[in-house]
Write a protein that binds this ligand. Sequence first.
Ligand code: IPE
Ligand code: IPE
Ligand code: MG
Length: 247
Amino acid sequence: MESSFALKKNETQALKIPKHIGIIMDGNGRWAQKRGLSRSCGHKAGAKVFRKITLYCSRLGVEYLTVYAFSTENWHRPKPEVNFLMNLFEQYLNECLEDFKDENIRVNFIGDTKKFTQKLQRLISKVEKASQSSTGLVLNIAMNYGGRAEIVSAVKKISQRILANEITIDEIDENLISENLYTFLQPDPDLIIRPSGECRLSNFLPWQSVYSELIFMNVLWPDFTEKDLDNAILQYNKRDRRFGKVK
Ligand code: IPE
Ligand code: IPE
Ligand code: MG
């Protein structure tokens, strides 16, 4: 496996590495368009970068990485593009399995995976099970993920517990809501990176991102390199996180 630290060891030691990084992997279509290629080629190139950056995060000592791969709104794209993406997920999850195992990465899917084909759902369970005992980076792959849908699902789960007299309304607090999200037991993202030049979150982790540092970058995802991640981490290190307090 290629070793591709962009930051030197002594540089990473002096830096605060975010515990949890979120990445909105955006810009595949424009990357392809710029080259006169089909959008599918952009998605293929983006998948390679996903693998490379995941391994880099693992080596940097990031504890949680959440990547946005497919949103609840992405179903509204043309059918051939959606079908291509579903096939790509199948192919890539299989290919990454070994890499991630070797790298001690634990894979977790966030989103409503029940909407995927049986075949893809089986693969998702296989990947999750195969990496369950890994103790390194926790990789959340957000697929058919929507932050609003996640909150709606949490409200339903809590309501059911109230109806079953397991809890009372007074017991609803921020912790209870967090515990009913896909990311329960995980820290909120410290840093969210969105390449592609768009400056919005597009339904990515709305509950969890309230105090995340946001970095929007002009590079398109298939062009994103380890150096871009280093730059984002360097910028993150200059941010003054106050969480509403006075310092
Ligand atoms: C992100 O790239 C991949 C997915 C949303 C699945 P896009 O396909 O959104 O690329 P652009 O934004 O059109 O360039
Ligand atoms: C967000 O990108 C979803 C993913 C990267 C998976 P989109 O390309 O779907 O977002 P918008 O449409 O630009 O807001
Ligand atoms: Mg996009």
